[in-house]
Design a protein around this ligand. Sequence first.
Ligand SMILES: [Zn+2]
Ligand SMILES: [Zn+2]
Length: 175
Amino acid sequence: METRELMKKATIFHGHICPGIAIGVLVAKYVLEHGFERSSDEELVAVVETDNCSVDALQTLLGTTYGKGNLIHNDYGKNNYKIYSRKSQKAVNLALKASVLDSKKLSRDEKIQKILDLEPEELFDIREIEFDPPILAQIEESVPCEMCGELTMDSRIMGYQDRNICIPCYKAIKK
Ligand SMILES: [Zn+2]
Ligand SMILES: [Zn+2]
């Protein structure tokens, strides 16, 4: 698909046009053009190291979404995107090149145009990586917190003086 077509789709989902969403569009473009298909379930997994605007392009164009659990955020503050395909057992890492967008003379609009005119290979350092994706999203039992009563995933329950309580309640006591 054309970069502009992808950009249009991503912008509808994201809400506004910005350099970040353009970067995400180029990630998706590369992935879709290299044998990875949009993921209706968990065929694809994206592990991203940023939580900026770019991630929304992956959610809408690649189907790697927060709600399905096949979008994982490592909070490293870098524009690095690892995409795993369970179907082809392949994985790729795209890392934003430091030099491409650092010109301070570019306005925001010029930056967006510049990104959209590039090929993914010009914007990112791209390499194949080992196929070792995170495990599939787990469905987990929920139990009521013994303080507030709200249903809470079992793995998030804290023990406090023989009571099983949720994290917010635990934090409130510890204050
Ligand atoms: Zn944005
Ligand atoms: Zn609670």
